[in-house]
Design a protein around this ligand. Sequence first.
Ligand SMILES: [Zn+2]
Length: 167
Amino acid sequence: MSDGDTERLRDRALEPAATSPQDAAAHGSPWVIRLGPGGVPETVLNSGLKLTSFAVLAAATPLDMALALLNQNELDDDSAVVVLDGDHVLGVWAGLDLATARLRGPSRQATDANLIGNAAFVPLISKACRHEQDHVRCTQPLTFAEKPMQMPDCPNAAGLTPHRFSW
Ligand SMILES: [Zn+2]
């Protein structure tokens, strides 16, 4: 594989992840990632065991493309990027290193056209619903390929008044 000078996600300082809180405690991992069918990350918990919004990207994804994707889909600053190497989790890109890179932004042109049809890109984004009712935040997590033009109905596990998912 000839990478040239393209920086890719796997070149960043990734933090280790575990698949259960027990494992995380045993190995000192700051992240707990629960995997669903087919090994797809379903939920990501931070070191405070709080649900975190996240994007899932392949380790070979060029850094510019990853940053463009996070911006286009309006991922929050405290979101995590789960980096997959094939079908296993290589690590989590988050914290100061991610924040600094996002602040700098993509170093070269990374347009929609670059994102489409690139084999390195695993399109998966998970967000927690921001809908609020009587000061109660819904926080229902939902998974998307990209930010939808029209938001779907929220599964609303918290049993608030029926509402559309709030990005
Ligand atoms: Zn909701």
